[in-house]
Design a protein around this ligand. Structure first.
Ligand code: ADP
Ligand code: MG
Length: 239
């Protein structure tokens, strides 16, 4: 179980990036999506990454979450340079430390809620019985245990996003990365999903990194960074 964000943990960067650059394509099609981004993410904080469509938010999140490599610059996880992590080591670091909540859900429609939730445990090599127990416990936390055997395709949008959160939680991550987590939900359902994320942040000290262009959601975070054309142009800290 991840330790709650104790006072002494606040201020320690869990992820630290310096001078990140990310270039897509070559020649005339070359595009610099990140043009020198430096940022520390502290354990236990909630951080919003805001900016217009195409400004580089998702690219930055993918690099922070070790889903993509920068073209240049460094990504430190717990003061360790992640450049040295390869293949299985990289997958393990990501799987152990991070949970993901993306707008498009990424659930397997034909599988049950429970099967979707235990996927990260399967990848981590956790045995069948433990998978079942931990998967059900995660679904219970999201008040979805009665839907465990329902196929994902038959769930509502809000239920799907709760399954996604249960899946993000099943590995007891230290950080949840959420890319437009409420983008596909009506505002009431979206608010419920937000409340769940902020409760996890407050009560369990899970660090939140949320990409959003929803101002209200961004304002609920401890800190907001504004990205424009691949650079951080502004940072605001909650009063
Ligand atoms: P945001 O999430 O802020 O909308 P993205 O990080 O998705 O922005 O994209 C930033 C810029 O990089 C955009 O101009 C986008 O078109 C471009 N981009 C993103 N992914 C790719 C890719 N795989 N290949 C080429 N260009 C890309
Ligand atoms: Mg995006």
């Amino acid at each position: 179980m991840t330790q709650p964000a104790s006072v002494q943990d606040r201020g320690t960067p869990i992820i630290s990036v310096r001078d990140l650059r990310k270039t897509y394509g070559h020649g005339a099609g070359r595009f610099e999506a990140l043009r020198g981004v430096s940022l520390d993410i502290r354990e236990g904080e909630s951080l919003a990454i805001v900016g217009k469509s195409g400004s580089g938010k998702s690219t930055l999140m993918h690099v922070l979450a070790l889903l993509d490599q920068p073209t240049d610059g460094s990504v430190m996880l717990d003061s360790q340079d992640t450049k040295r992590l390869r293949g299985r080591q990289l997958n393990r670091a990501r799987n152990k430390t991070f949970g993901f909540v993306f707008q498009q859900f990424f659930l397997t429609a034909s599988q049950t809620a429970l099967e979707n939730v235990v996927l990260p445990l399967k990848i981590a090599g956790v045995g069948r019985r433990a998978r079942h127990e931990r998967g059900m416990a995660a679904l219970e936390q999201l008040e979805l245990d009665d839907k465990a055997k329902n196929k994902a395709v038959n769930l509502s949008g809000g239920q799907k996003q709760r399954v996604v959160i249960a899946r993000a939680l099943v590995n007891t991550p230290r950080i949840i990365f959420a890319d437009e987590p409420t983008g596909n939900l009506d505002s009431n359902t979206g608010r419920t999903v937000e409340d769940i994320l902020f409760t996890l942040n407050r009560e369990r000290g899970i660090t939140l990194v949320i990409v959003t262009h929803d101002d209200e959601l961004a304002r609920r975070c401890d800190r907001r960074i504004h990205i424009r054309d691949g650079v951080i142009v502004d940072e605001e800290v909650a009063a």
